[in-house]
Design a protein around this ligand. Structure first.
Ligand code: HEC
Length: 156
């Protein structure tokens, strides 16, 4: 039961089941752009943290803390409307890598979103506490991204 309530409460991808067929032309493309923009921001912030963890970017407590807080905020954001039905990689081939399984196995994808939210919140608490603390949490966030991509994103 707990899992279900986390999935329902999880802001990530929670509202994608809302029907959208009556909406204006171009709506699906806009939703695809918007969700990929969120992903780009994930990538930007995680890239900085990953660089610090690997040693290619110098560790800076304030910057690490800010980037991890950004990830936590982004993953807690409501994604209402971002994943309308009909915006999958079969219906809109070439325009999106979102696999139809996102919709056909719902709410499995929301659980992946909730896992990221949880990992990002933990990382935000420790990222400013030194390089070792950062390293400990970054891997879990990266894993949460990868877990969802493996199951729900079309490989390139
Ligand atoms: C709940 C599932 C899920 C989680 C969690 C998730 N992603 Fe994604 N991501 C996707 C899907 C699905 C797509 C493809 C979206 C599309 O093409 O419409 C995607 C696309 C992307 C893209 C491509 C963006 C573009 O413009 O083509 C990047 C980069 C990315 N994700 C990074 C991340 C990072 C970094 C994280 C973790 C901090 C993350 N994602 C977490 C599902 C997820």
């Amino acid at each position: 039961m707990r899992k279900v309530s986390i999935a329902l409460a999880g802001a990530a991808i929670a509202a994608m089941v809302a029907g959208t067929s009556a909406l204006a032309d171009g709506h699906l493309e806009k939703a695809i752009d918007a969700r990929n923009a969120q992903m780009t921001l994930y990538s930007w912030n995680l890239g900085m943290l990953g660089g610090m963890a690997k040693g290619t970017v110098e560790y800076d407590a304030a910057k690490a803390s800010a980037a991890a807080s950004n990830l936590a905020a982004l993953s807690a954001m409501s994604s209402q409307g971002l994943w309308p039905e009909g915006s999958d990689s079969t219906a809109m081939a070439g325009k999106t890598r979102a696999l139809p399984e996102i919709w056909s196995t719902y709410p499995a994808v929301a659980e992946k979103g909730a896992a990221l939210k949880e990992a990002a919140a933990k990382l935000a608490q420790v990222a400013g506490n030194g390089l070792d603390a950062l390293k400990g949490g970054v891997g879990d966030v990266g894993k949460a991204c990868g877990d969802c991509h493996k199951q729900f994103r079309m490989p390139k």
